[in-house]
Design a protein around this ligand. Structure first.
Ligand code: NAD
Ligand code: WQD
Length: 338
């Protein structure tokens, strides 16, 4: 049973991969994106991959009249809401911008959905809501204690959804807490394309492997982890995209809401990532140990049982596939004329 889905932020990194997965699952999909952090060329690439025209509206999720128009013109069955700003560092400098975009955007969207009678939404949350967790692998029941405005915008968004679901059982939300997304689409046509110098590890390693940056700074080697460097649960973006399809089909099948981690349950250290990437690109990625990055968490790793029990979700792709697909993506981008 497919339907029509509004995909906010659908031109972004995770959204574009999810677009492909939704189309493969038989959904009609309408993208709403302000292209603040995406290139317009993504739309043509999605057409190339799916072999069908893409409907993409350029606009802001905070624009209530635009949303009303979309819900009037289309019979939307559910929304998958990716549109948000995501830089932790920037959120510390500009908390209002983050709260206004991330929390404000969600509020406008929910109000428009309520007016239209559309009450199913999949929400992009983040492992960052756990702050420094007491327990790893971390279960969904762990306390929410994010320390920066970005993470707080995700906590507040989760709370808003909980209030709505408690007040009116007609609402059903799929709240997905992603661990560390990595990798790219196997076609080489989609991937993460940061506008500035990347702050996340894998895109940074990719730029060093390409020779665009001199070396990877490894932030700290004195953590209480097997090799002393930070450990994360990296999840292939294709697996993540599939998680959204499963979440959506549970909501549309009337199974009620769910809040789940999306991760592999297996952590890798910074040095392990550099070694895996070096193997994938065929040359050693230079690196140097430097001081810890302020605010970093030693280990993030997901408990995965709930996503498996509620959604039947299990990851399929390995770290090697994340590195190889990332490398294929960045080399194809580097070969393109500017
Ligand atoms: P992204 O920046 O690539 O995609 C977000 C998209 O939303 C962009 O295309 C951007 O142009 C659009 N957008 C932002 N604000 C908008 C607005 N007000 N109106 C319309 N469009 C808007 O980021 P991503 O990595 O694909 O992340 C998607 C979601 O997943 C975000 O909500 C993010 O917070 C969450 N998330 C990301 C990660 C990660 O590491 N990438 C981890 C956990 C959670
Ligand atoms: C991973 C590991 C670093 C860069 C961030 C956000 C989080 C989420 C995902 C959205 C850490 C180390 C990194 C580098 C390094 N986003 N590192 N050198 O910090 O787990 O999470 O992105 O929700 O909210 O906080 O990801 O990729 O930045 O770091 O040594 O140049 O790599 O210290 O151990 P992080 P990351």
């Amino acid at each position: 049973m497919a339907g029509t889905i509004l995909l906010t932020g659908g031109a972004g990194y995770i959204g574009s991969h999810t677009y492909v997965a939704l189309k493969e699952a038989g959904y009609d999909v309408l993208i709403l994106d302000n292209f603040g952090n995406a290139k317009h060329s993504v739309v043509g690439r999605l057409e190339q991959i799916t072999g069908a025209p893409v409907t993409a509206v350029e606009g802001d999720v905070r624009d209530r009249s635009l949303l009303n128009q979309i819900f009037t013109e289309h019979q939307i069955d559910a929304v998958v809401h990716f549109a948000a700003l995501k830089s932790v560092g920037e959120s510390v400098e500009m908390p209002l911008r983050y709260l206004e975009n991330n929390l404000g955007g969600l509020m406008v969207l929910l109000a428009a959905m309520e007016q239209a009678g559309c009450r199913r939404l999949v929400f992009s949350s983040s492992a960052t809501v756990y702050g420094i967790p007491d327990e790893t692998p971390t279960p969904e029941t762990a306390p929410r204690r994010a320390m920066n405005p970005y993470g707080k915008s995700k906590i507040m968004s989760e709370e808003v959804l909980e209030e709505l679901a408690a007040a009116d059982p007609a609402w059903a939300f799929g709240v997905l807490r992603y661990f560390n997304p990595a990798g790219a689409h196997h076609s080489g046509l989609l991937g993460e394309d940061p506008r500035d110098v990347p702050s996340n590890l894998m895109p940074f390693v990719a730029k060093v492997a390409l020779g665009e940056l001199p070396l990877v700074k490894v932030f700290g080697s004195d953590y209480d982890t097997p090799d002393g460097t930070g450990v994360r649960d990296y999840i292939h973006v294709d697996d993540l995209a599939r998680g959204h399809v499963l979440s959506l089909s549970a909501l549309l099948a009337g199974k009620g809401g769910h809040l789940v981690n999306l991760g592999t349950g297996r952590g890798y250290s910074v040095l392990e990532i550099i070694a895996a990437y070096s193997a994938a690109c065929g040359s050693d990625v230079p690196h140097q140990i430097v001081d810890r990055r302020p605010g970093d968490v030693p280990i993030y790793c997901a408990r995965t049982e709930r996503a498996e029990a509620l959604l039947g979700f299990r990851t399929e792709k390995s770290l090697d596939e994340m590195c190889r697909s990332s490398w294929a993506w960045v080399t194809s981008q580097a070969a393109e004329p500017a």
